[in-house]
Design a protein around this ligand. Structure first.
Ligand code: ADP
Ligand code: ASP
Ligand code: MG
Length: 311
């Protein structure tokens, strides 16, 4: 089965108009004969609103009830997507995590997916259905609803791709992919075509919320390529996070001859020469450092022309 997992973030399903657009993207894959599994986040802002309500009830709101409460956001968006696909003449339905079921381990608010029961979804796919699965949640061994941490729908998508052996796993968001830094904050941010899990993990851990850190770890463990695309702008296809780049990593080093300079160089097990393309970490560090101290000299130490142009 040629399966594709499509994940739509809150930014992609934030309004009814956007949900209609998402339905058209899904139809596009269906027309290309993919068996499509959709994962959706809650409409943007919905999860925060629910959390706010819990604080108004108690400043020590129960963790298990927190999960029941916040998981409801995805129920809304998934049913709206499925409803739109049905309106368009397609067979579709929402699948809440307990209906799949999608099993988690660990504490409430911060569980991890460890097993996805495939049978019902496979049967549904074979019947031509488009399942719309709630992201960010699961059930535990006590049959309680759990959530897997903020931004967790990314991890849901990756685990679905793993268990269903999907050909592709595509994360749809509001920007055109992964950039050297937040493109909404810095206009000069550059789009990165391919980066390693390690670099993406580092960037996500430093706060780039385009991908949730746990989801990158899951992708790395299971060797899943992730494509990151915009729900709003049509772009050429490219892979954002790919397994064959796993060996690249960058190192900061101090040069006594130029104590005020900040050098970055790379090591690669694959290449003899310095790779000079789309290296994330230096850009990321440099954006960060330049913001702090624009007068310091920075040197990549690998003859990267695009970098020189960049500063
Ligand atoms: P979604 O709702 O699709 O999950 P998020 O809001 O969680 O989307 O993440 C997308 C946002 O991540 C973008 O709007 C962008 O502002 C931000 N972002 C931060 N750093 C980066 C980066 N390096 N590349 C792309 N987007 C980034
Ligand atoms: N709706 C959840 C959140 O806002 C999960 C997600 O968006 O991925 O954190
Ligand atoms: Mg997100």
């Amino acid at each position: 089965m040629k399966i594709v997992v499509l994940k739509f973030g809150g930014t992609s399903v934030g309004t009814i108009k956007k949900i209609k657009r998402v339905a058209e993207i899904i139809v596009g894959y269906k027309k290309k004969n993919y068996k499509v599994i959709v994962v959706s986040s809650a409409m943007s802002g919905a999860t925060n609103e629910l959390i706010k309500k819990s604080f108004e009830i108690s400043d020590n709101f129960s963790d298990s009830e927190h999960d029941v409460l916040v998981s409801s956001g995805e129920q809304v968006s998934c049913s709206l997507i499925a409803g739109r696909l049905i309106h368009r003449g397609y067979k579709s339905r929402s699948w809440l995590s307990w209906q799949v079921p999608l099993l988690t381990v660990g504490a409430h608010k911060n569980s991890r997916i460890n097993l996805i029961n495939k049978n019902k979804i496979i049967k549904y796919l074979k019947e031509g259905g488009i399942p719309i699965v709630t992201g960010f949640q699961g059930i535990n061994s006590q049959n309680r609803i759990t959530t897997i941490g903020r931004g967790g729908s990314d991890a849901t998508a990756i685990m679905l791709a793993k268990f269903f052996k999907a050909e592709r796993c595509i994360i749809y968001t509001d920007v055109e992919g992964v950039f050297t830094t937040d493109p909404n904050k810095l206009k000069k941010a550059k789009k990165i075509r391919v980066i390693s899990y390690e670099e993406m993990l580092e960037m996500a851990s430093l706060g780039a919320k385009v991908m949730q850190p746990v989801s990158i770890q899951d992708a790395r463990l299971n060797r899943i390529d992730i494509e990151v695309k915009s729900s709003f702008i049509k772009t050429d296809l490219y892979k954002a996070i790919a397994k064959n780049y796993q060996y690249l990593h960058w190192e900061k080093f101090f040069d006594p001859m130029q104590p005020n300079a900040f050098h970055l160089a790379t090591k690669s097990k694959h290449r003899k020469r310095w790779p000079n393309e789309y290296s994330l970490t230096p850009f990321y560090y440099l954006n960060f450092l330049l913001e702090k101290n624009p007068t310091t000299i920075y040197d990549l130490g690998c003859g990267d022309n695009s970098f020189k142009k960049y500063i």
